[in-house]
Design a protein around this ligand. Structure first.
Ligand code: AMP
Ligand code: MG
Length: 226
């Protein structure tokens, strides 16, 4: 097993440190979690149409050890708005050169399908995202734009915000609030896709440590995506 990340989990103190019972991991229904977090073109205070994916990261996480075994990571070249706005570069820290030197979405999606097929042969897995935007909105929109089919395995995911709300009874607006709630320090740069994935994983692990079992959280929208 090639473990590529040490997952930081500095305690910062929170109500869950007191309330949550640690060391309560239960078996999960899947062999692996694929933690995924897209970054996309954007503009301040304006809805960019269409938004296009510019960073495509995914972590293959063993559901017993919660270690990252391998990762997929590529930048993506946007075609409708090829020049990143200053706002987007500042928000994501992604540079113009990184997207200029990247492949367009169809090639990246093909590479991702191949990665999933080779890594997940004979294994069960489910995606984990922060919110529903990545899989409900961004991926289908980008696939439509690029003439790609949404793979069936991308139509089911765990929205970690819903898992967090079900466990804590608190609605968290984003990653930072959930990390604080679980007493976990933030790792890396916010809105950098790969770093966001690592923080989502730390939340997943924090909830698993408190006995949470994960199931698809998008049942109500699955029919529409099929
Ligand atoms: P996130 O996963 O939270 O980093 O956000 C994913 C994408 O949503 C970003 O790459 C942006 O395209 C968009 N986004 C996030 N936050 C903002 C914001 N404050 N203003 C405009 N777009 C945003
Ligand atoms: Mg992100």
């Amino acid at each position: 097993m090639n473990v590529i990340f040490g997952i930081g989990s500095k305690k910062v103190g929170s109500y869950l440190d007191i309330k949550g019972k640690m060391g309560q991991r239960k078996p999960q229904s899947y062999d692996y979690f694929i933690v995924l977090d897209f970054e996309a073109t954007c503009q301040k205070n304006i809805q960019l149409v269409p938004q296009e994916i510019i960073e495509f990261p995914a972590l293959k996480v063993n559901s017993t050890t919660y270690e990252v075994e391998t990762k997929f990571h590529q930048f993506v070249k946007p075609v409708v708005h090829p020049q990143l706005t200053d706002f987007c570069k500042e928000l994501t820290t992604i540079t113009q050169a990184e997207v200029d030197n990247a492949s367009e979405f169809s090639k990246v999606m093909g590479d991702f399908r191949a990665w999933i097929n080779s890594e997940m042969q004979g294994k069960s897995f489910i995606y984990v995202t922060c919110g529903d935007w990545d899989m409900e909105t961004m991926l289908p929109a980008q696939c439509r734009l690029s003439g790609e089919e949404v793979p069936d395995h991308c139509k089911s995911w765990v929205n970690i915000k819903k898992s967090y709300r079900n466990y804590t009874k608190h609605f968290a607006r984003g990653l930072i609030e959930m990390l604080e709630g679980l007493g976990i320090g933030h790792t890396g740069t916010l809105h950098r896709g790969l770093d966001d994935c690592i923080n989502i994983l730390n939340i997943l692990r924090g909830l698993a440590d408190r006995g949470v079992q994960f199931s698809p959280s998008n049942k109500c929208i699955q029919a529409r995506l099929s």
